[in-house]
Design a protein around this ligand. Structure first.
Ligand SMILES: [Zn+2]
Ligand SMILES: [Zn+2]
Length: 151
């Protein structure tokens, strides 16, 4: 994040640009099948913000409603996946999670957990000691810390 508490990001072609303000609610890796399918990646890393911390400055993302209360934003020109957006969680309020790899400086946001770890592709793991949760961190238990043993 820059000194003024803002960070910017956008899609591959530049048609959609966004800005985030302040500290993210959390930063983590999601291994769920839906996120993997939306992005085509083996794991997806998010910086999660309250919706009013995120502004789309140039262009508008297109939205795909992947399940009730869940929207996924992407660039309609180049197809870059940009966001996971949740609207129906009364505890957290509207959430916009940006795919960390679409930030101009993803090094500024450091993940602290793995979510939906049991859904991961079994050959995929990373060598860190972060807690692995069965689902979201606020609703599930840590199922392990550190990578699974080599098989
Ligand atoms: Zn684009
Ligand atoms: Zn996910």
């Amino acid at each position: 994040m820059s000194d003024n508490g803002k960070a910017s990001g956008g899609c591959m072609c530049g048609a959609v640009r966004y800005e985030v303000r302040g500290e993210p609610v959390w930063v983590g890796h999601c291994h769920c099948e839906s996120c993997r399918r939306h992005t085509g990646a083996p794991v997806v890393t998010y910086a999660s913000f309250k919706a009013d911390q995120v502004d789309f400055k140039i262009g508008q993302r297109r939205i795909y409603n992947s399940s009730p209360g869940v929207a996924r934003g992407f660039c309609g020109e180049c197809g870059t996946p940009l966001t996971w957006e949740g609207t129906d969680d009364p505890a957290r309020g509207p959430i916009v999670e940006v795919h960390i790899s679409t930030l101009d400086d993803p090094d500024a946001f450091v993940p602290t957990n793995h979510l939906f770890y049991p859904e991961r592709i079994k050959w995929f793991d990373v060598y860190d000691d972060l807690p692995r949760y069965e689902g979201f961190d606020f609703e599930s238990d840590v199922c392990r810390r550190g990578p699974a043993p080599m098989v």
